[in-house]
Design a binder for this molecule. Structure first.
Ligand SMILES: *Cc1c(COP(=O)(O)O)cnc(C)c1O
Length: 369
């Protein structure tokens, strides 16, 4: 049996028919960029995440740049971020004219810790931190890090590109953030059928500034109060996601079962599964295991031979990327991010994965010697 790492075409019954019919209506009504559906999606997103303000934008990278700008990060400001994340987090800091500083992550939780953030604040005296929540989990020390940033006057942006629907201490992760961002890239948990992103805020004024940045700094049709850019969410993507959002709980439930089954039923000692901390409720974005870096290549060959897809999210630390040269302001490393990069392995996980597919992955991995 062939099991892909991800299949983004497992739609609910009737979903394809609904969106194609609604797409035809958008075209007939000339609703291409704006129109009522964008506002409807933003309201649905706000309700789903229980945030005060939710805005759609062009993609998850723009979302981070918009949040940094709206929250007041300026040229040459120092911004801390974890060394283990997707490159967009690093890139966004540079794109707004600020300077990225990377912090190491924990080998146990694979996320930042309050101790690592404290060390970074003391050493670099930054203006902001991007806390990244990976794998559909939340950084287990989120609440403490939020408090530390508040007490230290450090602007906190939370990159929730992988964490829509994730909960911490029984509450929506995104709702607790002063500023959070997400991505609706098709392979994310709530995917559009093209690129799209979302920005979330607690405070009205910051949300208002962000809305202006999204649309050319516009304060009137030809009045421009800021240097923004065009990061508007299109009507078609808003409609597609508005329909998809109706099924999001079912999608998350189906993914979560897969992650839980792997952790419980894969007994091969070559792999050590890591899950979310006990105060975190995952959205099932990714299954995460670590293995001895020297045996990972052989295991990957075994998966390929049995036609099982896999991921290594992420195979390199940010500070080690060639693109970081000349941009990174500093780093604190204990070698953990590099170790994670060499050790991590992700097994197939996606919405509506079939039971026999999960069974096959579990059996095949358990049979590996
Ligand atoms: C996907 C992702 C992004 C970027 O989102 P795009 O929509 O692809 O621009 C940023 N940060 C993290 C952690 C991501 O996983």
């Amino acid at each position: 049996m062939k099991v892909p790492f991800i299949d983004i075409l497992r739609f609910e019954n009737g979903f394809y028919e609904t969106v194609t019919q609604k797409a035809a209506e958008l075209i007939k009504n000339g609703h291409f960029v704006g129109g009522p559906v964008v506002g409807q999606f933003e309201t649905a997103l706000k309700d789903y995440t229980k945030t005060a303000f939710a805005l759609g934008c062009a993609n998850g990278t723009d979302a981070i740049q918009l949040a940094l700008r709206a929250a007041g990060v300026k040229k040459n400001d120092k911004v801390l971020l974890p060394d283990m994340t997707f490159w967009a987090t690093f890139e966004s800091v540079v794109n707004v004219g600020a300077v990225p500083y990377t912090l190491d992550v924990s080998r146990e939780t694979l996320h930042l810790t309050v101790a690592s953030v404290k060390e970074g604040i003391e050493k670099f005296k930054p203006q902001a931190l991007i806390l990244v929540h990976l794998y559909g989990w939340a950084c287990p020390e989120t609440v403490e890090i939020r408090k530390l940033c508040k007490d230290s006057n450090v602007i906190l942006i939370e990159d929730c590109a992988q964490a829509i629907g994730t909960k911490i201490n029984n509450e929506s992760l995104i709702a607790g953030a002063m500023a959070a961002t997400t991505s609706f890239y098709p392979a994310k948990v709530l995917g559009a059928s093209g690129d799209a992103g979302g920005v979330f805020f607690k405070e009205a004024q910051v949300a208002k500034d962000c809305q202006i940045l999204i649309n050319h700094g516009r304060t009137g049709h030809y009045d421009h109060g800021m240097i923004g850019w065009n990061s508007r969410l299109g009507a078609y993507e808003a409609m597609f996601m508005l329909e998809s959002l109706k099924h999001l709980d079912a999608k998350l439930a189906s993914r979560r079962v897969v992650c839980e089954r792997y952790r419980k039923e894969i007994k091969n000692p070559a792999l050590k599964f890591i899950g979310p901390a006990s105060n975190v409720w995952e959205n099932g974005y990714l299954s995460v295991a670590v293995m001895d870096p020297t045996s990972r290549p052989a295991f990957i060959e075994y998966l390929k031979k049995h036609e099982i897809g896999y991921g290594t999210v992420y195979p390199g630390a940010m500070s080690e990327q060639p693109g970081a040269t000349g941009h990174i302001g500093g780093k604190i490393s204990h070698g953990h991010a590099d170790w994670v990069a060499k050790s991590v392995i992700n097994l197939p996980c996606f919405a509506y994965m079939k039971q026999e597919e999960v069974d096959f992955v579990i059996k095949t991995v358990n049979d590996y010697k």
